[in-house]
Design a protein around this ligand. Structure first.
Ligand SMILES: *Cc1c(COP(=O)(O)O)cnc(C)c1O
Length: 400
């Protein structure tokens, strides 16, 4: 017996939607901002009350385009949360921008705003954050620092589609905001990414980085870039139109139901874990008015004082068919990409990236990955609860 979880869920008519698009002779390559690109970019931008939207091939490339949009110079610095998927920071290596990692809050793994100011130097130009597992980081705290020191704010919202900070969607706070539309994400075309901004310069430079032929002529007004009208800056970062078709369909008809279902289901899962086991739920700070995408469900457990270790618990559960995992994403500065000159990119100096981030380690040590159930799988959840209770019993830890 396997108590699994599959994402994205099957949408019965999706095959027909894609087929209709192809059969109607609509283009499979769109050289400008027309058709499904225009519709998806404007729909997503309008939902977030933003001026400009730009689809790209991935979340990673949305971040690359956003940093490129900021027009940073090599040697300048960007402060980056130490705990996130590596792509929050990796594009900066390619741009020669110095990454200054900032430790996180021990309770949820978001950038610790109280630790940002001590990292600011006269070279600091921007801050990039993640909304860990769908839990918004402290947007106002970050914006206050940005204002005080004249910094730009890049939001990586790839965990948190439509999560709300004080009633406003994440992605409506930063100078530029990025989302992944990859297969594990709440809203997905299999692969894809999007960025939103109100800033014309950021938008135009992002367009020019990865969009050639007719798109610069359509989207770029600044005369300075006239010479790049056909080539852009020469990269090609377009999303596949069929991916955009799938995303648009989910956005119109499914996304908000999924968010509602996931919230109800995971709130129940959390409540039951807290009632019956040693697991705690995920922290939710007062400013979080909606968890939105809730990309990962990571209950915490304090292993100190309990007679168990993480991998033992995970193996025991896996043997019985339950999908609990040790999270794969570690804190970013622990990856060799960011520390080892064996994997040098141009002449990037990685020496200064190696440091210690104790809260990121502590946070990582107490989370486990549970399935992000979305469709009221309450019976299944009760089976998880029973199994976890049994595990605690057999290991001599009296259940609650
Ligand atoms: C998934 C993800 C990305 C990268 O998205 P891709 O579409 O896979 O390139 C970036 N940042 C975070 C936080 C993510 O979860």
């Amino acid at each position: 017996m396997k108590y699994g979880f599959i994402w994205p869920p099957k949408i019965d008519e999706m095959g027909d939607i894609v087929k209709q698009y192809i059969d109607s002779g609509k283009p499979l390559s769109i050289p400008d901002d027309s058709g499904v690109y225009r519709e998806l970019e404007t729909t997503f931008a309008n939902l977030h009350n933003r001026k400009y939207g730009l689809l790209v091939s991935s979340g990673t490339m949305a971040l690359y385009s956003a940093f490129f949009g900021l027009n940073l110079l090599p040697g300048q610095e960007v402060i980056c949360t130490a705990f996130s998927y590596h792509a929050t920071a990796a594009p900066l290596l390619h741009l020669g921008i110095k990454i200054v990692f900032c430790d996180v809050e021990e309770d949820i793994g978001n950038i610790d705003v109280s630790k940002i100011e001590e990292l600011i130097t006269n070279k600091t130009k921007a801050i990039v954050t993640n909304d860990q597992w769908g839990h918004p980081c402290d947007k106002e705290g970050i914006l206050n620092i940005c204002k005080k020191y004249n910094l730009r704010y890049v939001e990586d919202c790839s965990h948190a589609h439509f999560s709300e900070y004080k009633g406003k969607y994440v992605g409506s706070f930063g100078d530029v905001a990025c989302w992944s539309l990859q297969g594990n994400k709440l809203l997905t075309g299999g692969e894809g990414g999007i960025l939103l901004t109100d800033n014309q310069e950021i938008f135009e430079r992002a367009v020019l980085l990865g969009h050639n032929l007719k798109r610069p002529a359509k989207s770029v007004r600044n005369e300075y870039y006239k010479g790049l009208e056909r080539t852009g800056y020469g990269l090609k970062l377009r999303i596949h139109p069929l991916a955009a078709v799938m995303v648009l369909h989910q956005l119109k008809y499914y996304c908000f139901d999924w968010i509602k279902g996931r919230k109800e289901t995971l709130n129940y899962f959390e409540k039951r874990l807290q009632e019956e086991t040693f697991f705690k739920g995920m922290v939710k700070k007062d400013y979080v008015t909606s968890m939105g995408a809730w990309y990962g469900f990571k209950p915490t457990i304090d292993f100190e004082g309990l007679n168990i270790d993480k991998s033992n618990l995970v193996n025991w559960m896996n043997e019985r068919g339950f999908e609990i995992k040790i999270p794969k994403s570690k804190s970013i500065p622990t990856y060799e990409l960011f520390t080892s000159d064996k994997y040098k990119i141009n002449n990037y100096d990685k020496n200064t990236l190696i440091n210690s981030y104790p809260n990121a380690e502590k946070y990582y040590s107490k989370i486990l990955t549970f399935p992000t159930y979305t469709f009221h799988e309450y019976e299944l959840i009760e089976k998880y609860i029973e199994a976890i209770k049994e595990y605690f019993k057999t290991t001599g830890n009296m259940s609650r």
